[in-house]
Write a protein that binds this ligand. Structure first.
Ligand code: PGA
Length: 273
């Protein structure tokens, strides 16, 4: 099945609000979103202004994280409930959250479920460390993380979610995963989903790759048959880089007939006058 491609920019803890605004204003001018889904994930502080700017374009807004409780005494956290209406996507279980903030699969599962509860599409991240890769444990680690991180979702909810395979050793390092290898792991992830949740879920869920993607290697990943898109960190902070990545995806899709978008694009954004 040909799934629509999804390109997500993860700005991480970078850019002030004015800088985020400037970057998004540039992207709105340079990016032509036709067949893809394109989203950027600014810091929570910049989401409100980003959402305002994005109204004039097809670029969607996502968050980098969301807490699973709706409200309460959780100082410093922002809940999926609070983010609802401002974002369409939310990254959960990014390896930086797993590493620096001690988030395990149980928390990730709760966060994914909270997103779904509030009509936000979770982008659920999994990936092995360098040691695990060296020990030949990639499949074991990734499938274990995935099974546990999806535990609180129904198969219908998984079908509408996005899974990001992000090998930890490839994130922010410039050590990019071989596109063929990423394709193989993504294929294993889809096989696992098929075994656990059935054919329909496996066919519909989007599985994307992330880790040192840039304008030079993006097309190599997108050529691979099982890779449904990209999660781009560092290169998404440069409007020329990110524009090239998105526009090369559009070109790729021009070659593919019979696109059947499963992630519905927001047709009814309130356009600014
Ligand atoms: P990178 O980050 O593209 O800078 O490697 C990817 C990510 O962390 O999502």
């Amino acid at each position: 099945m040909n799934r629509i491609k999804v390109i997500i920019g993860n700005w991480k803890m970078n850019l002030t609000v004015p800088e985020s605004t400037l970057l998004l204003e540039r992207l709105v001018k340079t990016i032509k979103v036709d067949k893809n889904v394109v989203a950027v994930c600014p810091s929570h502080l910049a989401i409100y202004s980003a959402q305002e700017i994005s109204r004039t374009s097809d670029i969607e807004i996502g968050a980098q994280d969301a807490y699973f409780e709706d409200a309460g005494a959780f100082t410093g956290e922002t809940s999926a409930h609070q983010l609802k209406g401002f974002i369409k996507y939310c990254i959960v279980g990014h390896s930086e959250r797993r590493k620096h903030f001690g988030e395990g699969d149980k928390i990730v599962a709760k966060k994914a479920a909270a997103c779904v509860r509030h009509d936000i599409i979770p982008i659920i991240c999994v990936g092995e460390s360098l040691h695990e890769k060296m020990d030949g444990l990639t499949k074991l680690v990734v499938t274990g993380q995935l099974e546990a991180s999806l535990a609180d979702l129904t198969k219908e909810e998984i079908a509408k979610s996005i899974i990001a395979y992000e090998p930890v050793w490839a994130i922010g390092t410039g050590h990019v995963c071989e596109p063929k290898k990423a394709n193989e792991v993504i294929s294993q992830i889809r096989d696992l989903i098929r075994a656990l949740y059935g054919e329909k879920t496996a066919e519909n869920v989007h599985i994307i790759y992330g880790g040192s993607v840039n304008s030079k290697n993006a097309e190599e990943f997108l050529k691979e048959s099982k890779i449904d898109g990209l999660l781009v960190g560092g290169a998404s902070l440069d409007y020329k880089e990110f524009t090239t990545i998105v526009n090369s995806t559009e070109r790729k899709l021009d070659e593919v007939k019979d696109q059947k978008p499963k992630i519905k694009k927001s047709k009814n954004k309130a356009k600014k006058k």
